[in-house]
Design a protein around this ligand. Structure first.
Ligand SMILES: NC(=O)c1ccc[n+]([C@@H]2O[C@H](COP(=O)([O-])OP(=O)(O)OC[C@H]3O[C@@H](n4cnc5c(N)ncnc54)[C@H](OP(=O)(O)O)[C@@H]3O)[C@@H](O)[C@H]2O)c1
Length: 219
């Protein structure tokens, strides 16, 4: 029964990983979310699924991941086959901003530091916290969700997300090199453009990828 851990599984692509992996009859799926009580899309999606477990954790607060790792060990008996790190900062209120969209540089700094904590340090925290469990399995697979915007250098906006996801990509690559000799496969995966509006946070606007907003993809 291969155990999968999806970090950032309350909605969007992370939630879809949970739903699709749970269809595998032999799979044990663990969904890590910031706030289980508020993860309403996850709650309804897994209501009839017996092979999905939910644990709490925030990738910006390492202590919560250490506690989550203990819970995962109890669920799996001490190992973890697959870590899928999906969590990212796609806050619609800041996502499309470029540097000049900030009149206040202190606000710019605050938004970029918030994004760095989630998108750059988040994968490092996840891999570090769950590495002992991954080492206890023979599968040793780590997948970190990346994005095409780290390569589209012709776009001035989406600045914080692009910078911090690029840094997260480098962090993933560092771990790939570090863990190679232990038999790990560590990859970054770009899912392409995915419409996640059906599971957006209930009380806030979701990202809408209008053709103008994504024009960089076809230029
Ligand atoms: N959608 C696309 O078109 C697209 C394209 C390229 C790459 N990607 C990548 O694919 C991944 C998923 O994107 P998505 O569109 O599904 O995003 P999303 O719908 O905004 O979902 C983001 C997920 O990350 C979680 N999260 C955010 N901050 C967290 C934290 N500090 N700790 C733990 N979880 C946290 C959110 O949980 P809460 O509910 O608690 O906020 C949510 O479950 C991301 O890595 C993104 O960069 C997406």
């Amino acid at each position: 029964m291969p155990p999968y851990l999806i970090v950032g599984a309350s909605r969007g692509i992370g939630l879809e990983y949970v739903v699709q992996l749970a269809k595998r009859p032999d799979a044990v799926v663990i969904a890590l979310v910031r706030n289980p009580a508020k993860s309403t899309h996850l709650t309804s999606a897994i209501a009839c699924l017996k092979n999905v477990h939910v644990v709490a954790g925030d990738v910006t607060e390492y202590r919560t991941l250490e506690l989550a790792a203990k819970q995962v060990a109890e669920i799996t008996g001490g190992g973890l086959d697959y870590l899928i790190h999906n969590a990212a900062n796609l806050d619609p209120s800041t996502f499309f901003k470029g540097f000049d969209d900030y009149t206040d540089v202190e606000q710019l700094d605050a938004d970029f530091i918030d994004a760095f904590k989630i998108d750059s340090l988040g994968p490092v925290h996840s891999i570090r916290a769950f590495l002992p469990l991954l080492r206890a399995s023979s599968t040793k697979k780590i997948i970190v969700l990346s994005t095409g915007v780290v390569r589209h250098l012709g776009v001035a906006n989406i600045a914080a997300y692009s910078m911090t996801k690029a840094s997260g990509l480098l962090a993933t690559t560092k771990y790939a090199v570090q863990l190679k000799d232990e038999g790990f496969v560590v990859i970054s995966l770009n899912p392409g453009l995915v419409d996640t509006s059906a599971t957006a946070i209930n009380d806030s606007a979701s990202l809408t990828f209008e053709p103008t907003a994504i024009s960089f993809r076809v230029s």
